[in-house]
Design a protein around this ligand. Structure first.
Ligand SMILES: C[S@@+](CC[C@H](N)C(=O)[O-])C[C@H]1O[C@@H](n2cnc3c(N)ncnc32)[C@H](O)[C@@H]1O
Length: 220
């Protein structure tokens, strides 16, 4: 067989392999595509079913978008519950090459969150801790570039004071259930005033879901 006949034969084999691959369901999915499919399926199956004070899906999507847009990699969540927001955050981190520390004091919720993280395939991106965030948070060394505060509201200010020095410039501190439009409980009003009074934070309120203060750190 001469060189050109060999080339034609080789091309025919390559084409045949391609046809086989397509007829067998297309090219194999990447690990990220597999993970995306698994997470989407889990979130779709559980949409509207979260019963443990979890964020609405629209807020989960917002957290995901912020992380992807800013390529954040070092995330902290205060208040895991059963893991709805944690799944959105860790899903984004699976794409940026990041990792999440998340904390909850309630053992049942913590265990359910672990099971949910496992079901989505996101466990390897999450360090889920069971304990009192009042003690765990100040002891964390950081640094962080993304923080989601969603535990006990009357401790919001203390969490912020503990974490802000460990938040990188350009980082984001998101606080759930904060809304400028409607009347807050007394402590929540104080928190929002405090947040807005900090000169190194630029804060906006996202009202599409349950109300979320989104603060970017602009200087030390
Ligand atoms: C609003 S829920 C969090 C929802 C969660 N981010 C989600 O969307 O799935 C608040 C959680 O904070 C936890 N929590 C309250 N006080 C805490 C504390 N001192 N330390 C750690 N977790 C606490 C509660 O057990 C509860 O699960």
């Amino acid at each position: 067989m001469n060189a050109s006949a060999k080339t034609v034969r080789l091309l025919a084999i390559v084409a045949a392999i391609g046809v086989f691959a397509v007829s067998a369901g297309g090219p194999p999915a990447t690990a990220q595509e597999d993970l995306d499919g698994r997470v989407r399926k889990f979130l779709d199956a559980n949409r509207g079913q979260w019963r443990d004070l979890n964020v609405p899906a629209v807020d989960g999507q917002t957290l995901y978008d912020i992380i992807i847009r800013n390529k954040y990699t070092r995330a902290l969540e205060i208040g895991t519950s059963t893991g709805h927001s944690g799944i959105w955050i860790a899903w984004a981190l699976s794409k940026t090459g990041g990792r999440l520390i998340t904390i909850d004091i309630d053992e049942r919720r913590h265990r359910q969150a672990l099971a949910n993280f496992e079901a989505t395939g996101l466990s390897k991106f999450i360090d889920a801790r069971l304990g009192n965030a009042h003690e765990i948070v100040p002891a964390l060394t950081g640094p962080f570039d993304f923080v989601f505060s969603d535990a006990d509201k009357d401790w919001y200010k203390n969490y912020l004071i503990a974490v802000l020095p460990k938040l990188e410039i350009g980082g984001c501190y998101a606080t759930h259930n904060v809304s400028a439009g409607r009347r807050q409980r007394a402590g929540e009003d104080d928190y929002l005033d405090y947040l807005r009074g900090l000169p190194n934070l630029e804060t906006t309120i996202d009202t599409r879901g349950a109300g979320m203060a989104i603060s970017y750190k602009r200087s030390t």
